[in-house]
Write a protein that binds this ligand. Structure first.
Ligand SMILES: [Zn+2]
Length: 306
């Protein structure tokens, strides 16, 4: 009897309860010091961006990734120090309802501000299908729920760091860090990400996004850029919950001195990817167990006008 009760308690502790999603950041690979050392204060600006994006997602249940004697994995992300490489982050534990994002600064090509995407992982051949499903879906099958991701921000661009996003100040010609960070975090969620299964399944043969929620907000299939990673340049929408017209957050281009927020279209796409979201206007395969788990590593970057 005692064992039985203990088991039930462990099930509850394992993350079966719906709760607010947390986006947390790991700075182990920030050798450029964009967010560490003398620049540690910038972590507040990044967390403000993480909290903004997490706040768009309604309380959810993303199962914990809890390695033990029988279940293990090796997480892999695009290396924040060098986006041409991947880095193994180890047999990491990710709490329930938490997404861990590895961030850092690096020298990117001149036309890129940042480079971000979903993480990946390897699990041993002898892993159970249940463990593999947890790594893929975190209890949300058929929707992939990525436990890890990464973002590399340009270490050579002039950034405007703002940890109080309730107001917008002059940016002095710099790029708004918040705007770029929330854009990249949408990629970390698997949105506007060619190759991410749930996203790619909703791109039609003409390269348009056909998620029902996004189409309802846009008024039909939504044009994408050539790589299917962003809304087509020139797409416009309304900032979520307002009547203010803006380029969508997941537009491919941006500019200095510019603050952008998620639009209804951006958030509707999250809903099409199976996320429960807040304040979205009412809208008018799994490949099977192969023994070896290979989650996708797909990385996209933000290209900005100069
Ligand atoms: Zn992007």
């Amino acid at each position: 009897m005692m064992i039985h009760r203990l088991f039930l308690l462990l099930v509850c502790a394992g993350g079966s309860l719906s709760a607010q999603v947390n986006i947390v950041f790991n700075y182990d690979y920030d050798v450029a010091g964009l967010f560490t050392g003398a620049n540690e204060g910038r972590q507040a600006a990044l967390q403000a961006a993480g909290d903004y994006v997490a706040g768009l997602i309604a309380p959810s249940t993303f199962a914990a990734i809890t390695p033990n004697d029988t279940d293990s994995w090796i997480g892999r992300v695009r290396d924040p120090r060098d986006v041409s490489q991947e880095v193994e982050v180890g047999n990491v534990t990710i709490p329930a309802n938490t997404i861990q994002v590895y961030v850092g600064g690096s020298v990117l090509s001149e036309s890129y501000l940042a480079y971000g995407g979903i993480g990946a992982g390897w699990a041993p051949f002898e892993s159970t299908p249940e463990w593999a499903a947890t790594l893929y879906f975190r209890g949300n099958e058929p929707y992939y729920r990525y436990a890890i991701g990464s973002i590399s921000f340009s270490s050579t661009k002039a950034w405007y760091f703002d940890d109080d996003i309730s107001s917008v100040e002059p940016m002095g010609g710099a790029y708004d860090f918040f705007s770029t960070a929330i854009h990249e975090l949408f990629h970390v969620l698997g949105s506007n990400l060619h190759g991410a299964p749930n996203w790619s399944a909703l791109v039609d043969s003409e390269g348009r996004f056909i998620g029902a929620n996004a189409m309802a907000v846009y008024g039909g299939p939504v044009p994408l850029d050539a790589e299917h990673d962003h809304w087509a340049n020139g797409t416009q929408n309304l900032i979520l919950g307002t009547s203010i017209v803006q380029d969508p957050l997941m537009d491919p281009y941006g500019a200095a001195n510019e603050r952008i927020y998620a639009t209804a279209l951006d958030v509707a796409a999250l809903r099409d990817l199976g996320y429960a979201t807040v304040a979205v206007p009412e809208p008018a395969a799994y490949a099977g167990w192969l023994g070896l788990v290979v989650l996708l590593v797909v990385v996209r970057r933000r290209i900005r006008r100069r």
